[in-house]
Design a protein around this ligand. Structure first.
Ligand SMILES: *[C@@H]1O[C@H](CO)[C@@H](O)[C@H](O)[C@H]1NC(C)=O
Ligand SMILES: *[C@@H]1O[C@H](CO)[C@@H](O)[C@H](O)[C@H]1NC(C)=O
Ligand SMILES: *[C@@H]1O[C@H](CO)[C@@H](O)[C@H](O)[C@H]1NC(C)=O
Ligand SMILES: *[C@@H]1O[C@H](CO)[C@@H](O)[C@H](O)[C@H]1NC(C)=O
Ligand SMILES: *[C@@H]1O[C@H](CO)[C@@H](O)[C@H](O)[C@H]1NC(C)=O
Length: 443
């Protein structure tokens, strides 16, 4: 989505109230670092109730036992007042690092995880959304912030789509450079692509983008050739003649749920969504914020979920039977932050016949910022970009751990090698872990 968390968290980390929280909490934190038990605990299927035997912590990680902060009250306790301005970092560890809340996070990290900053530009939020991994060239594509803090885009200026080469990342990692900043290449795209905010694929060997539109130019779903000349085919740009609200995230889901159809549908969460309006680059929204299904073969569009404040990120399990949608209502653009509004991930069953999202239930509520982009790994764990990094839950909604970047992190993408590429506005992080993403549906 748009960067509505901004960098506020980073500035606020030095505030006296947060350091008091940290200092207070750290005295009771139970950090295990004993060199046995790890083999047992790293096995799949471990639940939190099987804690808390001593286990070996991988590099760059801290264990924060939920019991250690279940009670914080005391004479001088200062509680967090803002989910947007303060972090929960009781060990005061410098990011990036892994926060482990449940030892089953170890099976996601694997025995030898690492997380490194690989690209950075302090004055430009070049890495915001729409992460797409193109295996053929070992590149990750992404869009800069559209209309938000350090996005360098607004009503008068489009945002940009860039890419990094993971070969460059490998070369830099192998060289043991203390600071890595691989080159970012920006694509020269035609005017039909305005304010890219979502991406998935590759689909038909192309990047599949969803855009928010800009001024009178409509939001759209479009295919973009990942290679020069980056020609574009727009697949959809209206709902029966009415412009969509700013489109946000997009995913494809499996088709075999519906026997009479032979292809995958595209699902997009306005996202039909009103952020383009709320950050001043789009007119008033003309539709509810709801989730659509689109059939690129027939051109037909359906609404599959409604009743959101601001629906945003979208993801499916590998079998396509469960859908997740984030609602980022707490971030209200020019209306400001309101943490009594949703910062919530909902889960749904995807109806096998109609693909309507049914049996909506709360999946997780996040402690910092809003849950933005979503990905699901092969084992069904759910990853969301939040105000402090990537947070990870198992399929029961238990928070297992965080890839703590210490900054607003909108989205992330798995590559084929157990690697997670994390977009954090002004930085990109690469985490090498054990978990694997769901391969794109071919073609
Ligand atoms: C609370 O803070 C005051 C002032 O800094 C200090 O004198 C006192 O010892 C603190 N009390 C506790 C229980 O930490
Ligand atoms: C950061 O981005 C700005 C805006 O595109 C650009 O002018 C500047 O050269 C970039 N800085 C670095 C270090 O890449
Ligand atoms: C990088 O560091 C690792 C661990 O310290 C070391 O084993 C390796 O030889 C180093 N590689 C280079 C190219 O210096
Ligand atoms: C780009 O152009 C090539 C050559 O005409 C065509 O094969 C391809 O489908 C186009 N891609 C898109 C996304 O329009
Ligand atoms: C925050 O949202 C709640 C619930 O919608 C509303 O009652 C309240 O007035 C809002 N607060 C502000 C400051 O806008």
């Amino acid at each position: 989505m748009v960067d509505l968390n901004g960098d506020r968290g980073r500035h606020e980390r030095k505030s006296p109230s947060t350091s008091r929280i940290r200092n207070m909490a750290i005295s009771s934190i139970f950090i295990c670092a004993v060199a046995y038990g790890v083999a047992v605990l790293a096995r799949d299927g471990l639940s939190s109730s099987q804690l808390v035997k001593p286990f070996k912590l991988p590099a760059q990680s801290v264990f924060i036992d939920p019991k250690s902060f279940a009670v914080l009250g005391g004479t001088n306790t200062t509680f967090r007042e803002s989910s947007f301005d303060t972090f929960f970092n009781p060990t005061s560890t410098a990011p990036p690092f892994f926060q482990i809340f449940d030892p089953s996070f170890l099976s996601i990290l694997g025995p030898n995880p690492s997380i490194r900053e690989v690209a950075s530009n302090a004055t430009f939020a070049f890495a915001h959304e729409a992460p797409i991994y193109v295996a053929a060239t070992d590149e990750v594509f992404f869009a800069s912030n559209d209309g938000g803090l350090l996005g360098m885009s607004d009503l008068e200026h489009n945002n940009v789509v860039g890419k990094i080469s993971l070969k460059d990342v490998d070369t830099a990692l192998a060289a043991n450079d203390s600071v890595i900043n691989v080159p970012v290449t920006f694509l020269d795209l035609p005017d039909t692509i305005q304010m890219t905010n979502g991406g998935t694929g590759p689909y038909r060997s192309s990047l599949l983008l969803s855009t928010s539109g800009r001024g009178p130019r409509p939001p759209s779903i479009a295919l973009v050739n990942p290679k020069a000349p980056h020609n574009v085919t727009v697949l959809l740009d209206n709902f029966f003649g009415r412009q969509f609200n700013s489109l946000n995230d997009i995913k494809r889901a499996l088709h075999h749920l519906v026997s009479r159809h032979t292809h995958a549908y595209l699902f997009f969460s306005p996202y039909a969504h009103s952020y383009g309006f709320l950050i001043h680059f789009r007119p008033n929204p003309l539709l509810p914020n709801q989730v659509y299904r689109f059939d690129p073969e027939s051109g037909a569009v359906w609404v599959v979920a409604t009743d959101f404040d601001k629906c945003n990120g979208i993801a499916f399990t590998a079998d396509g039977k469960t859908a997740y949608i984030t609602d980022t209502g707490a971030a209200g653009g020019f209306l400001g932050f309101n943490q009594t509004e949703p910062a919530t991930i909902y889960a749904f069953d995807v109806d096998a016949r109609t693909h309507v999202f049914k049996n909506r239930r709360v999946f997780a509520y996040v402690d910092t910022g809003i849950p933005d982009g979503l990905q699901v790994d092969l084992k069904g764990n759910v990853y969301s970009g939040c105000g402090d990094g990537v947070q990870v839950w198992n399929d029961e909604g238990t928070l297992l751990g965080k890839f703590f970047s210490g900054m607003t992190t909108a989205n992330m993408v798995f590559t084929t090698r157990g690697r997670l590429v994390i977009l954090a506005e002004t930085k990109i992080f690469v985490a090498d872990i054990a978990a694997q993403g769901i391969a794109p549906i071919s073609p």
